[in-house]
Ligand binder design. Structure first.
Ligand code: COA
Length: 379
């Protein structure tokens, strides 16, 4: 019997307003973002990236000994296997975007993982630890390899944020910067059904493996309309150059129907709560490094976009100047996003495996019908 499908309400524009699944990982209710019921403001003020990762994966905060054990496990899983590092050194880094390199590196990583093809809960837990712990190590390894420096191993007993900053540059990182960086990792850890979380869930829904799901997610995050926007904000600020040029730049971009990076959001219409926190960090840090004009320029762009278009900054807008002021290379901004968001992607993958049904939507046919093949010479 012919299938009866009503295509009348077909949605062609980014699935806006479509509820594609249920989740208990994170929620956006009005302007409030929560992970497992805890607001982002609460977690940013009091928690750590390790604790937030535990929360995302276990649906509750850990007690003291659970947190210590989990933090140690993450720490011990950060080290990249020496033969894996040798292969990483053979992947081209010149003219290669770090997100493209990271996508390849995570895919390669599965070849050293004896659990790679095992989708049991236990194996996925072990892989989750390795993927989350090693994403930071991979990003910092990329930076070391392309600069011909030694790939540093993480130090025992230190946090993921501390080790990231240590492995990126070498030397003891500044304690205040480590704290701020840890908060940035918390702020980026999850965000409901964003593009890369959806990509994770779609790949997982075919019962593919965790590495494949994370590779899909990295590919989705890389784009400038998603995580790639933080890098583009810095590129834009460099292009604008001076505070005097900022307003005109925005007006020209709007006139030309070009996107101003780091502004606007599909879900938040009255502001992204993460941007409010990062804005304060941006003010503080740009002043500290003697470049307050970067913050002032950002505020001017922010104000002009609100006035001209009613659009507000998203997480990527102020994080750009925060990372810049921390001395992080601009093209590493999005990989840092991945190093944090991997914790959320994994929480989504685990939830998807738990109550899986393959994602298989329909599309409404708008092409030609009834065509007949003819030989090439007759066309
Ligand atoms: N700069 C200029 N105009 C923007 C804009 C921006 N950053 N973001 C949205 N708009 C405008 C669109 O041009 C459109 O205007 P119109 O109705 O006059 O045509 C309207 O606002 C709706 O935008 P749309 O692109 O349909 O929204 P969306 O929900 O599909 O996309 C984003 C959301 C985030 C992808 C979009 O705001 C964007 O591209 N922002 C810049 C990239 C970015 O910062 N991404 C990170 C997201 S966390």
């Amino acid at each position: 019997m012919a299938e009866v499908v009503n295509f009348d309400g077909a949605i062609d524009k980014g699935l806006e307003g479509v509820v594609a699944c249920t989740t208990a990982v994170s929620s956006i209710l009005g302007n409030t973002l929560s992970y497992r019921g805890y607001t982002i403001e609460d977690l940013a003020s009091h928690s750590t990236f390790e604790e937030v990762t535990y929360l995302l994966w276990n649906n509750r905060l850990p007690n003291k000994s659970e947190l210590e054990k989990f933090s140690t496990e993450l720490n011990q899983n950060m080290k990249l296997a020496p033969d894996f590092v040798s292969v990483l050194k053979t992947i081209p880094t010149k003219n290669v975007h770090p997100m493209a390199w990271l996508r390849t590196a995570v895919s390669l990583m599965s070849h050293w993982d004896t659990d790679a093809g095992d989708n049991s809960i236990e194996a996925n837990r072990r892989k989750a630890l390795r993927l989350t712990a090693q994403m930071s190590s991979l990003v910092t390894a990329f930076e070391a390899i392309r600069n011909g420096r030694e790939v540093l191993a993480p130090k025992n007993g230190k946090s993921m944020a501390w080790n990231f900053m240590y492995m990126l540059k070498g030397g003891e990182p500044d304690a205040d910067l480590v704290k701020l960086f840890d908060t940035c990792l918390i702020l980026h850890a999850d965000h409901e059904l964003n593009c890369s979380a959806f990509a994770t869930r779609v790949t997982t829904s075919s019962l593919s493996d965790l590495h494949s799901a994370i590779v899909s997610a990295i590919g989705a995050l890389k784009g400038p309309l998603h995580g790639g926007a933080n890098e583009q904000v810095m590129v834009m600020l460099a292009k604008i150059g001076t505070i005097e040029n900022a307003q005109q730049f925005v007006k020209d971009a709007l006139e030309a129907k070009e996107k101003v990076m780091g502004i606007g959001h599909r879900v938040y219409k009255n502001g992204d709560p993460r941007a409010a926190i990062l804005r304060k960090f941006s003010e503080q840090l740009t002043k500290k490094i003697g470049k307050p004009e970067l913050y002032q320029m950002s505020v001017l762009i922010d104000d002009t976009m609100q006035k001209e278009k009613g659009l507000m900054p998203n997480v990527d807008f102020y994080s750009a100047t925060v990372y810049h002021a921390m001395g992080i290379p601009t093209d590493i901004f999005t990989p840092i996003f991945a190093a944090s968001r991997v914790s959320g992607w994994i929480a989504h993958a685990m939830e998807q495996y738990e109550k899986n049904r393959i994602y298989r939507p329909r599309s409404k046919w708008v092409g030609k019908d009834g065509l007949k093949w003819s030989p090439a010479e007759a066309r």
